[in-house]
Ligand binder design. Structure first.
Ligand code: HEM
Length: 517
């Protein structure tokens, strides 16, 4: 009688064949590494040809929104703080611990100062004319000098202080109006107007919301751009591979919206040239226009360079700052003791007869600690993409040149070896930082990235978030529907945001009568 092959036997046979396959593959890879004389960082099990691509696809399906930092966090919890991944033929190294981040920014800064993320040719979103994706070289250095001198450096910030103070007052007025009408406020929407006005006024002397009517407004375009997040995010991981095969995913959507930005920015550039600022102040748009027309300029920039930079300033500066304001408010609303301590500090330093100002911030250490702690737990840009230009050693392992690097800020700032009770919101931890530790701590507390490609606007962002949270606590009490804020996370437009936008109802603590302003 022929032996019976049961379903269980078939299952075991298939499982054994799969295990043998992976076993041989692992042996092959191990042998190959040894043969090449390289000991690469540990790697989770991969599949032939696609490598680790399936982890990205499964994560996308599981979360319904792709949260790369959560995927990297989970993989590094299982396989270690330094990982070697491969998406088809693209090698990626992921750094997830504070000590490795410290090592990499201290010892490899120049080597990792290019991003080399695939771009969509002919679009203004991080394309080849852009600053954010520019390789570390002459163009990057030239533009960085210009934007620091004319927008983010101490002198430029001093000159634009009155713009931010005025916009903060307008924000206060809008909240006051809501309080009087007993209406609730969707914090991110209001903060978006505040931040949009600040960036547009500082960089091009124009308002975010009013110019050119609703249809052509910059705000309208920024809102539409949010829908491009999945194409742009997937682009970072897949476009490079697919473009090589001649497949251009989402190109139509990206270039279509880019064209609209192009038309709007062209109009603003023309108007800017015809009607320079009447107050005699020059902004970065004036400076860039002058450079583009200067035959003897150190670097020849075109109108496309200028337009790309403005799109990037909006993309890089808006959501990050708005999310930082939103997360900080959410944390302090959930911690009434913290909000009371903040009120005490602000009342004693600023009083009740004027709004909190930027110059008050050095005297408000607890407010600064609260903002730092919110950025630690909820970094708006949760990971940064870079590329190793040359091979090197990291944590005792070899990394080959042209390997992608991901520094997972989300994991680094939750590393239990550095942060006590890493998942708890404890602003006091920043009050006790010792002076001598600060330099080392600075490379582990990295919500703005690190090294020469770190965020050039970190001081500006800290001032804006500081005065905004300060004013919201100083002037209003805030109520929520229900007992606690829902802190679920979502990933949108390269940003870690709140899955349920924070909505609060303000009541006045300080009426306009008390204010001198
Ligand atoms: C709380 C607010 C902000 C956060 C958390 C933040 C965070 C970051 C991070 C993580 C990076 C990547 C750094 C790296 O690769 O090491 C970055 C880069 C950048 N950010 Fe920010 N940012 C904020 C606000 C702003 C603002 C307000 C602007 C401008 C208006 C801005 C402009 C830029 C630019 C231009 C870059 C690219 C720098 C380069 O490639 O060299 N950011 N930011």
């Amino acid at each position: 009688m022929a032996p019976m092959i049961t379903a269980d036997f078939q299952y075991r046979l298939v499982a054994t064949i799969i295990l043998c396959f992976f076993g041989f593959l692992c042996l092959y890879l191990l042998f190959k590494k040894k043969k090449d004389g390289l000991v690469l960082p540990p790697s989770p099990p991969s599949l032939p040809i696609i490598g680790h691509l399936h982890y990205f696809i499964l994560s996308l399906l599981h979360h319904k929104s792709f949260q790369p930092h959560k995927l990297f966090h989970k993989l590094s919890s299982n396989y270690g703080p330094l990982l070697h991944l491969r998406v088809v033929n693209m090698p990626i190294v992921v750094v997830s611990s504070a000590s490795l981040a410290y090592e990499i920014f201290r010892a490899q800064d120049v080597n990792i100062s290019s991003r080399n993320v695939p771009t969509t040719e002919g679009s203004l979103f991080y394309d080849t004319y852009g600053f954010v994706m520019a390789p570390y070289g002459e163009y990057f250095k030239f533009m960085k000098k210009l934007i620091v001198a004319n927008m983010f450096g101490p002198h430029a910030q001093e000159q634009s202080r009155s713009i931010r103070a005025h916009e903060l007052e307008m924000f206060y007025e809008r909240l006051l109006d809501k309080a009087r009408k007993k209406e609730s406020v969707e914090i991110s929407k209001e903060a978006m107007k505040l931040m949009g006005n600040i960036i547009c006024k500082m960089s091009m002397g124009r308002s975010f919301t009013q110019e050119y009517g609703e249809a052509g407004s910059i705000q309208g375009l920024v809102t539409k751009s949010a829908g491009l997040d999945i194409p742009l995010i997937l682009g970072v991981w897949l476009f490079g591979q697919l473009e090589k095969l001649g497949i251009s995913l989402f190109k139509k959507d990206i270039t279509g919206l880019s064209k609209k930005y192009d038309e709007l920015l062209e109009r603003i550039l023309v108007e800017h040239k015809e009607k320079p600022n009447t107050d005699g102040c020059t902004d970065i748009m004036d400076v860039l226009l002058a450079v583009s027309e200067d035959e003897n300029a150190e670097y020849k920039i075109t109108r496309n360079h200028i337009k790309s930079l403005f799109v990037e300033l909006l993309f890089g500066g808006l959501d990050t700052t708005v999310n930082s304001i939103q997360w900080t408010m959410a944390e302090i609303i959930n911690n009434p003791i913290i909000i009371e301590r903040l009120k005490e500090e602000i009342d004693s330093v600023v009083g009740k007869s004027r709004l909190v100002q930027e110059k008050d911030l050095p005297n408000l250490p607890y407010l600064q600690a609260v903002i730092k702690e919110a950025l630690r737990l909820h970094p708006p840009a949760p990971y940064i993409p870079r590329e190793f230009q040359q091979g090197c050693k990291i944590g005792g392992f070899s990394v080959q040149g042209k390997t992608r690097l991901v520094v997972n800020l989300y994991s680094v700032m939750r590393d239990p070896n550095v942060w006590e009770d890493p998942l708890e919101f404890k602003p006091e931890r920043f009050l006790t930082w010792q002076q001598e530790e600060r330099k080392e701590q600075a490379l582990k507390y990295i919500p703005f990235g690190g090294g020469r490609r770190g965020c050039p606007a970190s001081n500006l962002a800290n001032m804006i978030v500081g005065t905004t949270i300060g004013m919201m606590v100083q002037c209003f009490d805030w109520d929520i529907k229900g007992e606690k804020v829902n802190m679920d996370e979502w990933y949108k437009g390269f940003n870690q945001t709140m899955a349920h936008p924070l909505t609060l109802t303000p009541t006045t603590r300080i009426s306009t009568l008390d204010l001198e302003t």
